[in-house]
Ligand binder design. Structure first.
Ligand SMILES: [Zn+2]
Length: 387
């Protein structure tokens, strides 16, 4: 498997292209980030904001998980740009308690209004298994919900400007920094929905569970508007990171200081990255599946960001990756219980989704490569889904 000569990302990472010198396309994109005229971008941001500010009930919508990126985005828009946002939160059912505490502090310190939307969990569990079987990725409901819910609220509440935070150019090559990525129908179909729209999911579940009644109304949460609807309603879903230079480490320091945002432990990730993906109980399983399919996990992704920003040596990055990536997480037992499959079934399903040239692996060997780390709130997770 080819690995980038600059960072530690392998060719199985989605959208990565390699140069003749074996450098990956994200490393090349990030080098070019320094050539961007950020003052000009900042002016563009002010122009964009001025087109919307004060014209609607809210100046913008901020889709919000409570992780580092959405928390910084919200802080920045309220404190630096003096906007009145409506915060929209798609609650995928797996938020950890530290995040809930962080959110309460953030909302009250910033004085913002928010809507928390929680979808039907019985249906969520079925979509998790279905998208795992079909795509080797159980997070369909979350990818789609996070994209569709804020945009549907934007139309319904007539608040056309939406701000996401981190641009995907930071970690993938779907878009580069010159393309001013926006969330629209093209991006939704290319990245968010795994090639499964709400109608497809409805049909898939009907055929997998022929004895159960499904109502399409229950799937409407996952419907993304048409491009025509977006255009008529003047919807603009932008990424703040295309207008100000995105620097996760600096931003984490700001939200810690200004909002008392607390970090947390995450399965399969070194302690020094305790700010990353702290929202979701299922993160460890998600990253583990990525490792099985593609041969790298969250640590490879994180050390690569630091290597590109010249904060870590490649040698140290490789060491950390070997230590942390690819260990069977404690949370797998909870996941298997929720989607109601055996551990053998799990490995068999994931094995069907190997990304070339990821080599086949031995199920029994992977089973034994177990992490000895248990998140401190793990008992809470078990308790939450007991029944
Ligand atoms: Zn690279």
């Amino acid at each position: 498997m080819k690995i980038c000569s600059n960072c530690v990302m392998p060719e199985t990472s989605e959208t990565l292209l390699f140069s003749e010198e074996n450098k990956c396309s994200v490393c090349t994109q990030i080098e070019k980030k320094n050539e961007i005229d950020w003052n000009k971008r900042s002016d563009l941001l002010d122009k964009l904001i001025n087109n919307y500010k004060g014209k609607y009930d809210y100046d913008c919508i901020v889709p919000f998980s409570g992780g580092k990126d959405s928390t910084f985005t919200l802080w920045y828009l309220v404190k630096e740009k003096k906007l009145k946002p409506l915060v929209i939160r798609f609650d995928h059912n797996f938020y950890r308690s530290n995040i809930e505490r962080n959110n309460e502090k953030t909302f009250s310190k910033l004085g913002v209004e928010y809507i928390n939307f929680k979808p039907n969990f019985e249906l969520v569990k079925k979509t998790m298994l279905e998208s795992l079987i079909r795509r080797g990725d159980f997070c369909w409901h979350c990818h789609v919900g996070i994209a569709a819910l804020p945009i549907n609220y934007a139309i319904q509440k007539k608040v056309p400007l939406i701000f996401y935070g981190e641009p995907s150019a930071e970690y993938a090559s779907f878009y580069n920094y010159n393309e001013f990525e926006e969330l629209n129908v093209e991006k939704f179909n290319k990245i968010s929905n795994l090639g499964i729209n709400a109608e497809d999911m409805f049909e898939m579940l009907k055929s997998r569970y022929p004895n159960q009644k499904f109502n399409f109304n229950d799937f409407k949460t996952y419907l993304f508007p048409s491009q025509r609807e977006l255009n008529i309603n003047n919807i603009k879903a932008a990424y703040l990171g295309n207008y100000i230079p995105w620097d996760v480490k600096k931003q984490v320091e700001i939200i810690k200081k200004e909002l008392d945002w607390q970090v947390d432990e995450v399965e399969g990730v070194p302690k020094e990255y305790n700010y990353e993906k702290i929202e979701c109980m299922m993160q460890g399983v998600r990253d583990y599946i990525k490792f099985l399919k593609r041969g790298f996990g969250r640590t490879a992704h994180l050390v690569s960001i630091d290597i590109r920003n010249k904060r870590l040596s490649r040698k140290k990055g490789i060491e950390l990756t070997k230590l942390y990536d690819g260990k069977k997480p404690k949370s797998l037992e909870l996941f298997l219980k929720l989607v109601n499959i055996s551990e053998d079934d799990f490995y068999d399903i994931v094995f069907d989704h190997l990304v070339s040239p990821r080599q086949e692996w031995d199920k029994e060997k992977e089973k034994r490569n177990t992490s000895n780390f248990t998140p401190k709130d793990f008992n809470e997770w078990i308790e939450k889904f007991k029944s």
